[in-house]
Design a binder for this molecule. Structure first.
Ligand SMILES: *Cc1c(COP(=O)(O)O)cnc(C)c1O
Length: 404
């Protein structure tokens, strides 16, 4: 059996989106900046996709700016807003959380070197923050608040509408990285007081290499990539027409029937969590109050995430430990550390991110396979042995399920 359970890392391109994209690649090859019909057709296709993206989030068409990826949208929003507000209003403060995606965290680190002051709000042990936490952190120097909509590793969904309201009241720009949230929760940027929002195509069954930044009208958005006049002079470079067309289609599909789809996926998620929690000395990472329908994140003490993934791969299961962007490094996930977990627990984590294409049969196979793999690795694990095969980890006990 081959099971793909890493949809938070990327998704497959669905046949209907691939179809739209291939037709565009083949027929709509004109340069959208050219004035003859072939060019105009490409431009029209882009503007139609812009409309689709806008409609899906309750925005206006001219508030959507296509980018090369979600990371670029994050960089653009935070860097250019912070720099502009320092230049025009002397504001040097940025507020974010300690469990953002690296697209935000590393952007903030870069801005710190430019002299900005970054406040990293700590999330609680379940991976939540409140609008009050944000309100209390805002000061006279705050230029922008950037807080993710839903976390890519542990799936917690933050109270974005409330945070947006607080920022609006305080007159601070509010950006959210909604890459994981789009298609899983209903988003309306007007009702939720969102000023800027990042979206990525490849998390929504569109291809890699395309995304967009929503930036509310009335907010100045400075040019990010210099060159030609594309994206109303703000993001130069000949457009990725086929990618953009695919993203428009993907947004329309992803933002339709969210509740039904989410309810269906959540049933599978809950079954996975219920059954995998029976593994001794395990824990669920991230709370259940408000969680992405497809996210399961578990830790198993005495296990290295890497060996777990390799063994699952042999069994035909594609999963992840932490985020795709940090695998390859041996550092434990910054998200799990942000929950206050010790390294011993943060290291042995497994993220399964499922969606509506996963079947009940696949879920049952995962439930059958993971405990076997965990037992096999533990039998060879020096850490597990050092912990007396699980008999002497009192210091971790409050964080873990019982041994029996
Ligand atoms: C995947 C992801 C990104 C990066 O998007 P790319 O299009 O891969 O650059 C940013 N933020 C979050 C929360 C993500 O999950």
């Amino acid at each position: 059996m081959k099971i793909y359970a890493d949809n938070a890392a990327t998704t497959n391109i669905t046949p209907e989106i691939l179809d739209v994209m291939m037709t565009c690649l083949r027929d709509n090859y004109g340069n959208p900046s050219s004035i003859y019909t072939l060019g105009m057709n490409a431009l029209r296709a882009i503007e139609r996709a812009r409309e689709q993206c806008a409609r899906a989030i309750g925005a206006k068409t001219n508030e959507i700016y296509f980018t090369g990826c979600g990371t670029e949208a994050d960089n653009w929003a935070v860097k250019e807003t912070a720099r502009r507000l320092r230049r025009t209003k002397g504001k040097t403060g940025i507020i974010t959380t300690n469990f953002e995606h690296h697209a935000i965290l590393h952007t903030c680190e870069a801005l710190e070197k430019e002299g900005f002051e970054i406040t990293y709000l700590p999330v609680d042990s379940e991976g939540y923050i409140s609008a009050d936490d944000v309100k209390n952190a805002i000061t006279d120097i705050t230029a922008i608040v950037t807080i993710m909509y839903a976390n890519n590793e542990i799936g917690t969904i933050l109270p974005i509408a409330e945070i947006g309201k607080v920022c609006r009241e305080k007159g601070v720009v509010f950006h959210t990285d909604a890459v994981q949230a789009v298609g899983n929760v209903s988003i309306n940027v007007v009702e939720q007081h969102i000023d800027m929002m990042s979206v990525s195509g490849h998390k929504l069954h569109a291809p890699k290499g395309v995304g967009f930044l929503y930036s509310k009208n009335g907010l100045t958005l400075d040019r990010f990539i210099h060159g030609g006049a594309q994206e109303r002079g703000r993001r130069a470079g000949t457009e990725n027409t086929a990618g953009i067309v695919a993203l428009g289609e993907a947004m329309t599909i992803a933002c339709n029937g969210i509740e039904e789809r989410a309810a269906k996926v959540a049933v599978l998620r809950d079954k996975l969590i219920r059954e995998l929690s029976k593994i001794p000395a395990s824990r669920l990472n991230g709370g259940m109050n408000s969680r992405l329908p497809g996210n399961v994140n578990m830790s198993f003490i005495g296990i290295e995430g890497e060996s777990l993934l390799l063994n699952l791969d042999i069994a035909g299961i594609s999963a992840s430990s932490g985020s795709a962007c940090t695998s390859g490094s041996l550092d434990p996930s910054h998200v799990l550390l942000a929950l206050g977990l010790p390294h011993e627990i943060a290291h042995g984590s497994l993220r399964l991110s499922i969606n509506e294409y996963n079947t009940e049969e696949e879920i049952d196979y995962i439930i059958e396979t993971v405990p076997k793999v965990v037992a096999k690795i533990r039998a060879m694990s020096p850490l597990w042995e050092e912990l007396g095969n699980g008999n002497s980890f009192e210091r971790f006990a409050p964080l873990l399920s019982p041994l029996e």
